[in-house]
Design a protein around this ligand. Structure first.
Ligand code: ZN
Length: 263
């Protein structure tokens, strides 16, 4: 459109361009735990959302009927371009469920760290293993969904060996940052200068809001139009919502699977 804009038509073209831009929106749908579906236009990504089983005695799975719809490709799961996974812990990635999904939807791409891909046990061109160096950002175009991948440590102790991929998902001109289970280590965030960037949506584990190191990261390293608190055990949902309403009133919390916010 820009190319055909002569000086004479520039104001009209500007209006058309604005109208086109405003028609595009981003839908964020809560699935379970830290799992979300992101949609804009024709592009659909699911991140950490193929969850058949509850985990660790506290984290939610998809309700049975929703899981069945996901596997069958019923609404709202008709056209999923890419499955993204931040790390191999089973509250984010369940290998059998993901394997079963891909048997039914072999055209859906997968982008994940090597530990996830190894456990998935599928070796074809649609399954992409990505592991950047510390401080390096790798980019991948997955079916039109552009993803930036960076390693943010899961922690120094018992999870030191877990490959955690924070991901910036670009759809329809929007950017969504999902941290996975990034540890609350400010230097790790500083490596990527995340505080110098502005995101449309950032998905943050809820414990960041409850501790001094996490609060400092949110204030200094996360700049976003909308922040979503995720990974909330259902048994703690009311308590977490009360804490956020008091101290972080702008932070978004989803109550139920398939609840959707449009930005
Ligand atoms: Zn984890």
């Amino acid at each position: 459109m820009i190319k055909i804009c002569s000086r004479f038509f520039s104001s009209l073209c500007g209006l058309l361009f604005l109208a086109g831009a405003s028609a595009q929106s981003l839908e964020v749908t809560y699935l379970a735990n830290a799992g979300f579906m992101l949609k804009s236009g024709d592009l659909v990504a699911i991140i950490d959302g193929i969850l058949e089983r509850e985990t660790y005695g506290m984290y939610a799975a998809l309700p049975e009927a929703v899981y069945a719809d996901l596997l069958a490709g019923n609404p709202p799961f008709e056209e999923v371009d890419v499955l993204l996974f931040t790390h191999e812990h089973e509250d984010h990635f369940q290998s059998a469920a993901t394997y079963n999904y891909l048997q039914k939807h072999p055209d859906t791409l997968v982008v994940a760290p090597p530990q996830v891909i190894d456990r998935l046990g599928i070796d074809n061109d649609n399954v992409i293993s990505v592991w950047p160096e510390q401080g390096e950002v790798l980019e991948h175009n997955a079916g039109g969904v552009q993803v930036e991948l960076m390693q943010l440590s899961h922690g120094r102790r018992q999870h030191a060996d877990v490959e955690n991929l924070a991901q910036v998902v670009h759809l329809g001109g929007f950017t969504v940052l999902h941290l996975g289970d990034a540890a609350m280590e400010e230097f790790s965030f500083g490596t990527y200068d995340l505080g110098q960037r502005w995101f449309d949506v950032v998905i943050v584990p809820y414990w960041f809001f409850k501790s001094a190191p996490g609060q400092s990261i949110i204030k200094r390293q996360i700049k976003a139009n909308h922040i979503i608190a995720a990974h909330i055990p259902p048994a703690e949902l009311d308590e977490v919502k009360a804490m956020l309403a008091k101290d972080w009133p702008d932070v978004i919390v989803f109550d139920d699977t398939l609840d959707t916010r449009t930005f």
